[in-house]
Write a protein that binds this ligand. Structure first.
Ligand code: NDP
Ligand code: 8X3
Length: 252
């Protein structure tokens, strides 16, 4: 079987980088996307020993950058088989009444609008070919709201609605849609949320064994390798120490 082409947004760190490494070892060609060109270049050089790799540098919040980047793909690379909408994150944990409006915009623009801009470029080809698989990275924050989560949670509730909507609209074309909703995964997520404050960034993982990006990548590979008639529609995954967005067992 020919290698499938997987496009991964947010491949420069965390979950996206782990997905890239795992798919490179399992018969996928890769289109790696992110804003940090140096990291994309390094990862591409490393993975090129295992598979064919393209890189695209763009900010998912910028509609024209997204369309220019994706339309620059040539030949076989235009036929994306697997779209992994992973780029995004949280900015701040402030109560709604004192929230930072720039943080709100960054989250809505990347987590919701960015996912839409990228999907709008890739989905028509999947529909035309009547094949493809979209994986959206949601979150437990898209199922439960917690203190200070307000806009981040809203953005992930939106991803949940978009995943369900995609599944319905793409049903006739036979395009698979999988949503993966992780709980606590130790990546750069918390450093970004707390703007580099190392102590606050480390706190969510204190006294427990969090998930790693590799754990999420493993589930995605599972979803991508089911038989043609099977779609893993929706997954919630926690570290064992976590029972909900707010119930977490910590060893002191
Ligand atoms: P990281 O901060 O480690 O990685 C985030 C990735 O997204 C980076 O590659 C970053 O690349 C990219 N990214 C962020 N903003 C943009 C942007 N505007 N344009 C393009 N790329 C962007 O976090 P995670 O790996 O943890 O996060 C990946 C996804 O998983 C996110 O959607 C997050 O919400 C979700 N998630 C994370 C959980 C966790 O506990 N860590 C739990 C549940 C869901 P670059 O900066 O180079 O552009
Ligand atoms: C990331 C998980 O619980 O920090 O989406 O919001 S959480």
């Amino acid at each position: 079987m020919a290698k499938r082409i997987a496009l991964i947004t947010g491949a420069t760190a965390g979950i996206g980088e782990a997905i890239a490494r795992l798919l490179a070892a399992h018969d996928f060609k890769l289109i790696l996307c992110g804003r940090r060109a140096d990291r994309l270049q390094r990862l591409s050089e490393e993975l090129s020993h295992k598979t064919e790799v393209q890189t695209l540098v763009f900010d998912v919040r910028r509609r024209k950058e997204v369309s220019d980047a994706l339309q620059s793909l040539k030949g076989q690379w235009q036929k994306v088989d697997v779209l992994i909408n992973n780029a995004g994150g949280a900015h701040g944990l402030d109560p709604i009444q004192s929230g930072n409006v720039d943080d709100w915009e960054a989250m809505i623009d990347a987590n919701v609008k960015g996912l839409l801009y990228v999907s709008r470029e890739i989905l028509p080809g999947m529909v035309e070919r009547k094949s493809g698989h979209v994986i959206n990275i949601g979150s437990i924050a898209g199922r439960e709201v917690y203190a200070g989560g307000n806009v981040y949670c809203a953005s992930k509730f939106a991803v949940d609605a978009l995943s369900r909507g995609m599944r319905i609209d793409l049903n006739a074309a036979g395009v698979k849609v999988t949503q993966v909703n992780p709980g606590l995964v130790e990546t750069e997520f918390s450093k970004v949320r707390f703007k580099g404050d190392e102590a606050r960034a480390a706190a969510p993982y204190h006294g427990l064994q969090p998930l790693r990006g590799e754990d999420i990548a493993d589930l995605i590979l599972f979803a991508l390798t089911r038989p043609p008639h099977v779609v893993v529609a929706d997954l919630v995954v926690f570290p064992v120490a976590q029972a909900s967005a707010t119930v977490v067992k910590r060893e002191s």
